[in-house]
Design a protein around this ligand. Structure first.
Ligand code: ADP
Ligand code: MG
Length: 691
């Protein structure tokens, strides 16, 4: 059919690609290379070309296919240039209207031609019409489509028709043999071949609703396949790990750990004590720990990590602590120096900005073992950094590290002969049951309690037009000797725009508060400059800090009592929650103002409402999951590798449970089937799930 959008009309002759350009390259970019990749590229929706409706029977607003003979066609110039054709069947007439059209449209739509047209039907004052329908010339006996027509996700350079052809032939070619024994499957599901055939080319009687909301058994089969592949690779990774040896970090009585506990200015919460015990037990075992420590912002994960580090160090091993940004790494460093330096622990500090002699010295201290605790950014895992005796690696905000970096870390550590213990920390909490079943290869410890005496933060929504009110509020706050954060969004595609935005706001605030110090902090500043701004703010000389999201994680300034987030609608919920966690750390009540630009989409509204109403990071994560789906939620956006394409962890919990139960049995009883399944689904990506 001659589809209306221009990109859909460049159909290659006979599907032959003459240059490795255009569609072929676009397919490559979409990762559609192997036949199986194409077979697994599933339609977004379908068009129904399997039936014809008599023109008189077509209803207003319905997507309809009709057939008729052109009775007149002409170009009209009012209200603007457009092609208007009228077709008739034995029941009535219908106008086809094209505001954008090409000579080919005019050539087809001539008097007497029989055409089949499909589009949304409107019944207006002048009768029935379709605007920009898809259409083609037909004979009276041109057969109707036997199945629903798939509409695939694609890009401009890859025409729908080209993709349809490529996928249909890949589906024919790929063997799709059943590799799973029948009893591994949930009952009542079709074979993989049947499922894919049905999803690409559903029969006319298939329920479109069941297909689009993924409830159709064919979808269930696919989701199960995917979840099973993920579970198999995780179980396999867990088994591999069980064979690895790690140093036994048993600790010593009255050692560093106990002395650190005694020296802390606070007592641990019950939750901190519990997770510290869980970690301590892991460290004392001869197999490598692989544990996620999750806890809301401000729940006190750092001290738990410090206790683990102390246990490693008093057992005679080194500990590395890695954070995603320099600012955060530096904060950790300061805090840990404060806690551990008085106890005579040698420390090293490694980041990207530390270069030359200073860096060489640090690397040397790491290699000699003189530095028992090494803190830094991913500079810690650079190729020239060698540890004398690494026993424990702690990764803070683990989801902020790409999968590649996490793999690199594991590879590096594996070189040591003994595998070190690994502790990952995250303030983006994953609902516990979800984490436990999804990450079969991960143990999870959760701090579900905040230290006593925290002031809840009040969150308010303001339309961007009310900026002046917000500025007045800032004036008031700094007048009382308190400090303020103003956060501007990070626009990923354009750091430049990003900067403009923050710079403009900085200028406005400087003008509005002439007698106060207003600082600016953004990702592209040299590290030394960043550090200088940060220390002015931490030291209290600077009252207002305008920043892009570089302050997102870990910053700790208890005197800051007001935070303004500009374009709050552009942030993820978890991110907003993290940001908000920067205030409410001192004795005074704190307020978080979310500025948004109206109008908000319904989803954006719902999301912002969630953040205003909820203070519990787990609840926010749960709502985020509902509103956005787990792909982004799991940090896939940061790493660029979506973990699940088809399954939805929130919706498909029963399938996940089944996959989780079947995976170990399959690995034991049908190892070949398990391997073939993982290969089919993950190919070279199986490693990713182990990172
Ligand atoms: P996060 O879990 O977000 O990394 P931090 O480890 O930065 O939280 O802790 C937040 C603040 O709470 C720090 O200033 C820390 O010293 C303090 N803190 C941690 N545990 C306790 C506790 N049990 N009692 C009081 N304050 C605590
Ligand atoms: Mg932290």
């Amino acid at each position: 059919m001659a589809e209306a959008p221009a990109q859909e009309r460049t159909i290659p002759q006979g599907g032959v690609v003459t240059r490795a350009s255009g569609p072929a390259r676009a397919m490559e970019r979409l990762g559609l290379q192997r036949d199986i990749d194409l077979a697994l590229h599933l339609p977004l929706r379908y068009e129904d070309e399997t039936r014809l409706t008599r023109i008189a029977d077509a209803h207003d607003g319905e997507s309809t296919q009709v057939e008729g003979v052109v009775t007149e066609a002409r170009v009209e110039y009012r209200p603007r240039r457009q092609l208007v054709a009228r077709i008739a069947d034995d029941s009535g007439t219908l106008v086809l209207r094209f505001v954008n059209f090409y000579p080919s449209h005019q050539k087809t739509l001539t008097r007497g031609t029989r055409v089949r047209a499909r589009g949304d039907l409107r019944v207006g004052f002048f009768g029935r019409e379709m605007v920009h329908p898809a259409f083609k010339a037909v004979d009276a006996d041109t057969p109707l489509a036997g199945t629903l027509t798939p509409v695939y996700p694609t890009v401009a350079q890859l025409p729908q028709a080209y993709l349809r052809k490529a996928i249909a032939s890949a589906l024919q070619r790929t063997p799709l043999a059943e590799v799973l024994p029948p009893d591994a499957l949930p009952p009542g599901l079709p074979s993989l071949r049947q499922a894919l055939q049905r999803l690409h080319h559903p029969p006319p009687d298939a329920s479109l609703a069941a297909l689009t909301d993924h409830a159709d058994p064919a979808w269930q089969r696919l989701k199960f396949e995917e979840l099973l592949a993920q579970q198999l690779s995780q179980h396999e990774a867990r088994r591999e790990r069980a064979h690895l040896k790690a140093p036994v970090l048993h600790g010593t009585r009255d050692g560093l750990r106990d002395r650190l506990l005694a020296a802390l200015p606070f007592t641990l919460t019950a939750a901190q004590q519990r997770v510290a015990r869980e970690i301590g037990t892991d460290l004392a075992a001869p197999k490598p720990m692989h544990r996620l420590l999750q806890g809301d912002v401000g729940s006190g994960k750092t001290v738990v990590a410090a206790l683990a580090a102390a246990q490693a160090i008093e057992s005679g091993w080194q500990c590395a602590l890695m954070a995603p940004t320099e600012i955060l790494a530096e904060q950790h460093f300061r805090k840990l120096v404060q806690w551990l330096a008085p106890l005579d622990v040698g420390m090293a500090w490694l980041t990207g900005s530390r270069k030359g002699k200073a860096r060489a010295q640090m690397v040397e201290r790491v290699a000699s073992g003189e530095a028992a605790l090494v803190i830094g950014t991913h500079a810690v895992i650079q190729h020239d950094v060698h540890f004398a005796k690494l026993g424990l690696a702690v990764v803070d905000e683990q989801h902020r590290f790409g999968v590649q970096q996490r793999l690199q870390l594991r590879r590096k550590l594996a070189l040591q002969g003994l595998e070190p213990h690994l502790l990952m920390m995250s303030a983006t909490p994953i609902p516990r049951t979800l984490a436990m079943s999804y990450f079969a290869d991960l143990d999870v410890s959760t701090i579900d309690e905040l230290p006593p005496g925290r002031q809840p933060v009040v969150t308010k929504l303001f339309a961007d037009g009310k900026r002046d009110e917000v500025v007045a509020r800032i004036r008031d706050e700094v007048g009382h000797g308190r400090q303020v954060y103003w956060v501007c969004p990070l626009i990923e595609e354009s750091e430049k725009l990003d900067l403009q935005n923050a710079t403009a706001t900085h200028g406005q605030l400087c003008a509005a508060l002439p007698d106060k110090m207003v600082g600016l902090l953004h990702g592209r500043m040299p590290a030394a400059e960043k550090a200088a701004v940060m220390s002015l703010f931490t030291g209290g000389q600077m009252q207002v800090l305008v920043s892009t999201t570089v302050i997102e994680v870990g910053v700790d300034v208890p005197n800051a009592s007001l935070m303004v987030v500009e374009h709050a609608e552009r942030f993820g919920l978890a991110q907003l929650h993290q940001l908000r966690g920067r205030i409410g750390r001192g004795a005074q009540a704190s307020v978080c103002v979310l500025l948004y630009s109206a109008p908000l989409s319904p989803t954006a509204k719902e999301r912002l409402r969630a953040i205003v109403e909820t203070h519990d990071g787990f609840e926010i994560a749960r709502r985020d999951l509902e509103i956005r789906g787990p792909g982004e939620f799991m940090g896939a956006r940061q790493s660029g590798d979506a973990l699940l394409r088809f399954a939805d962890l929130a919706e498909d919990a029963p399938l996940l449970q089944h996959a989780r139960a079947v995976a170990p049995k399959l690995l034991d009883q049908h190892p070949d089937a398990a391997r073939a399944h993982v290969e089919r689904w993950l190919g070279g990506k199986a490693e990713y799930f182990k990172a």
